[in-house]
Design a protein around this ligand. Structure first.
Ligand SMILES: [Zn+2]
Length: 299
């Protein structure tokens, strides 16, 4: 089965949980952008986290964006998810290669480095709601845990993982889970959950052994009366289109367009999120200039 997300509750709604598999969509992102294994791991974790946070948004058109504004060699990560299971994302430097860290794992923390994690929630207001915290170790899961604790005051367990086939850089497994405590959660539930989370295997191990989002949550929450409340397919999808890029060109204004036309060469514009190139010939640019001029004449 391809990628999907489940949402669950446990302990009479004092605990809420999400789990997601993202192998196919992480592999699609890797192929589109040419990610190195380290960057695949970073983006795969960030996309799984964003999908879970996006799924938790209420509005039809709500958007959740994670931005790692970081000083490490990856140069920055931007990932956007909506509430319908669509995610897209990119890294400033997609081909950064780092040797494995001291545990023999892909060195995501080293690639990200220090900086700020910004979380933008666009819920259709004039300005998005923005929360920002310091990056903790750049391993993504711990950074999100810290964000939930500090910015939203929600104690959370976040586990995210990506397993890369080092022979061909393809993605073998990817996914993660988030478990959150609601206010006034009884102490015995908290201690039971702490034990279960400490005992849990890493996400990639669970997935590699045939685990599913349901079985991963079941493994942790089995003694707390868990119910799956929703299942939703997830995918890599970018909403860019030629029409949107054309609008962006019009927005540049007649002066900029004229100088492009005078260059006498086709112009290629790239969507950073999905790495699609949109090419416009000089004739097409001339037609766009006419449209832009009409826009200028409007009162
Ligand atoms: Zn795109």
């Amino acid at each position: 089965m391809s990628d999907y997300l489940v949402r669950a509750t446990a302990a009479n709604d004092f605990v809420r949980a999400f789990a997601v598999t993202t192998r196919d969509l992480t592999d699609e992102a890797r192929k589109r952008h040419g990610f190195s294994p380290t960057v695949s791991a970073a983006l795969g974790r960030a996309m799984a986290g964003a999908l879970i946070m996006g799924a938790d948004m209420k509005g039809e058109k709500d958007l959740l964006t994670l931005q790692f504004l970081c000083e490490g060699p990856i140069g920055g990560i931007t990932v956007t998810a909506d509430s319908h299971g669509n995610v897209k994302g990119f890294a400033e430097n997609p081909d950064v290669y780092l040797p494995p860290n001291e545990y023999g794992k892909l060195d995501v923390g080293g690639a990200v480095g220090s900086g700020r994690l910004r979380v933008l929630r666009d819920i259709g207001l004039k300005e998005p709601y923005v929360g920002e915290v310091e990056i903790q170790n750049g391993e993504i899961a711990q950074d999100l845990t810290y964000y939930f604790a500090v910015s939203e005051q929600i104690p959370s367990v976040v586990a995210l993982g990506v397993l890369v086939n080092m022979k061909d850089n393809s993605i073998l497994q990817a996914g993660g889970y988030v478990i959150q405590l609601m206010p006034d959660c009884p102490e015995e539930v908290i201690s039971q959950l702490e034990k279960a989370c400490t005992a849990a295997e890493p996400v990639t191990t669970l997935l590699q052994n045939g685990g599913t989002p349901e079985s991963i949550l079941e493994g942790i929450l089995k003694d707390l009366g868990m119910h799956i409340t929703e299942t939703m397919p997830v995918r890599f999808r970018c909403d860019c289109s030629r029409e949107r890029v054309e609008k962006a060109l019009i927005a540049m204004g007649p002066k900029e367009l004229r100088s492009m036309i005078l260059d006498g060469k086709p112009v290629s514009l790239n969507c950073h999120f999905c790495n699609t190139d949109y090419e416009f010939t000089v004739d097409e640019l001339t037609a766009i200039l006419e449209k832009a001029m009409k826009g200028v004449k409007k009162p």
